[in-house]
Design a protein around this ligand. Structure first.
Ligand code: NBP
Length: 486
């Protein structure tokens, strides 16, 4: 095949993400070849490319002609279901690849799988990248946030494409950067998703307090969230939340949101984030509480049964039906949401940093905040502040102690405590806001009751303890001393 007819890049896996990313790449002027195991999706994509502006996209039904249609060194982005399908697709494609060619996995893959594959590919003289892609269908089509990690040489081969295809944010550039070595791209995308879980949970709690305690209607909720989206909370998730409250049910009376079953689904990246936090001994209680809330939401039948048992036992749904000043409540909830969000991001960032240290990835936290400013689900004006905090001090121990964030938290803490107290007294669970507040209150205190826990450990297990006044490791015969006193 003459080089002028070769495509610049290939993409394998044409479900929602692959199809849209391929069209995005073609639209940016990079001729692309596409392939999918089920060939009808290839034809569908070719048809879309024609309809959406005669884009330079060619479809292939067999892997060999697909691979041979790409210019060398070949780069193929793979967007198939994570796990075994990735291994199968690599096997299908790699037999036709040559030394120096590269495969990029754009899926939500477990970072260790990427590291295993990178090593195996390396043994064959092939390059490998694991690239987090965020922004769903819309992002993939019009500009996602891209988190490529792995072979730097491979990244350089397609940097020009990624810079054009990624979301573009005025004043801060394309939402892509080389993340780091190994599985760092997948790891960062995983924590991004964990942070997304936290954001969604905190927003849901704000909704619950406003609706259940403040008795706001969907129209009022729409107004409140639309207003919040003009200030410090401006973000994609707040924007879509405002939209959701405005949608009427097309199958009956009222609003659609009230007809949606209260059971949250999940695909695993939030769970991995919490597992990693535990592995690395990093506290991530807001993200963990969002995961627990999804687990509890799944117990719909049990909750219906429990509600009946407690209602019959005399417990009202809303324990404290107090009259609240709506305006004050709305303002308090806004502040509680913002302060809780700072704590959640502090946890996510610290988790990334801990992994970076463990693996020697040398990740730049400010850069991550920058590439999340556009294209992805957690995009928000707030990320600009995070970037600035790490620009001021790249070694910041926690976002909580950045002078600007510290001031913002202090300014909002009374409102935050009012909301959490009101929710607790009303019997409305706000696990994310409570977890964030407890995280803040633990982190900011010089002394914690851990002295007692350590004494207990030494009492029953001779685990020893340190003293505040003398260096060294100590053990006390607590039991004997206690008995002597008696
Ligand atoms: P899916 O995750 O639903 O995967 C469908 C694709 O995988 C199809 O192309 C399918 O081919 C292919 N596939 C499967 Br399933 N088994 C295969 C096998 N054994 N060999 C070859 N191909 C196989 O697609 P998606 O929702 O577009 O997501 C792609 C990746 O991007 C996933 O890792 C996902 O987690 C991640 N992601 C998704 C989103 C989102 O909003 N959907 C956002 C961000 C990241 P077939 O057509 O022949 O069955």
């Amino acid at each position: 095949m003459a080089s002028e007819t070769l495509s610049r890049i290939g993409l394998a896996g044409l479900a929602v993400m692959g199809q849209n990313l391929a069209l995005n790449i073609a639209e940016k002027g990079f001729p692309i070849s596409v392939y999918n195991r089920t060939t009808s999706k290839v034809d569908e994509t070719v048809e879309r490319a024609k309809k959406e502006g005669n884009l330079p996209l060619r479809g292939f039904h067999d892997p060999k002609s697909f691979v041979l249609s790409i210019q060398k060194p070949r780069v193929i982005i793979m967007l198939v279901k994570a796990g075994a399908p990735v291994d199968q697709t690599i096997k299908t494609l790699s037999v036709h690849l040559e030394k120096g060619d590269c495969i990029i996995d754009g899926g939500n893959e477990w970072y260790e799988n990427t590291e295993r594959r990178e090593k195996a590919m390396n043994d064959l003289g092939l390059l490998y990248l694991g690239m987090g892609v965020s922004g769903g269908e819309e992002g993939a089509r019009h500009g996602p946030s891209l988190m490529p990690g792995g072979s730097f040489e491979a990244y350089k081969n397609i940097e020009d494409i990624l810079l054009k295809v990624a979301a573009q944010v005025p004043d801060s550039g394309p939402c892509v950067t080389y993340i780091g070595k190994g599985g760092s791209g997948n790891f960062v995308k995983m924590v991004h998703n964990g942070i997304e879980y936290g954001d969604m949970q905190l927003i849901a709690e704000a909704y619950d307090v406003l609706k259940t305690v403040g008795k706001l209607s969907n129209e009022e909720l729409h107004q409140v969230f639309a207003e919040w989206n003009k200030g410090e909370l401006l973000s994609f998730l707040i924007e879509i939340t405002a939209d959701i409250f405005s949608i009427k049910d097309d199958k009956g009376q009222g609003h659609l949101v009230d007809k949606v079953l209260d059971k949250t689904g999940m695909k695993g990246t939030g769970k991995w984030t919490v597992q990693q936090a535990a592995e690395l001994s990093v506290a991530a209680p807001t993200i963990a509480s969002s995961l627990d809330s999804r687990f509890l939401s799944g117990l719909k039948d049990e909750r219906v049964n429990a509600a009946k048992i407690f209602r019959d036992g005399g417990l009202a749904d809303v324990l404290c039906d107090q009259v609240v000043d709506k305006k004050q409540l709305i303002d308090d909830v806004r502040q509680a949401l913002y302060a809780s969000k700072i704590c959640s991001y502090a946890q996510g960032m610290n988790l990334i940093r801990a992994k970076s240290i463990e693996k020697g990835w040398d990740l730049k936290l400010g850069e991550l905040a920058r590439i999340w400013k556009g294209g992805c689900i957690i995009r928000a004006i707030f990320l600009d502040r995070i970037k600035k905090a790490y620009d001021r001090n790249p070694d910041l121990a926690s976002l909580l102690i950045d002078p600007e964030f510290a001031k913002e938290i202090v300014d909002r803490q009374s409102a935050w405590r009012r909301v959490v107290s009101l929710a607790i007294n009303s019997g409305i669970s706000t696990p994310g806001m409570c977890a964030s507040l407890a995280y803040f209150d633990s982190y900011r205190r010089e002394s914690l009751p851990a002295n007692l826990v350590q004494a207990q450990r030494d009492y029953f297990g001779a685990h020893t303890y340190e003293r505040i006044d003398v260096e060294g490791s100590f053990h006390t015969e607590w039991f004997k001393l206690a008995k002597l006193k008696i």
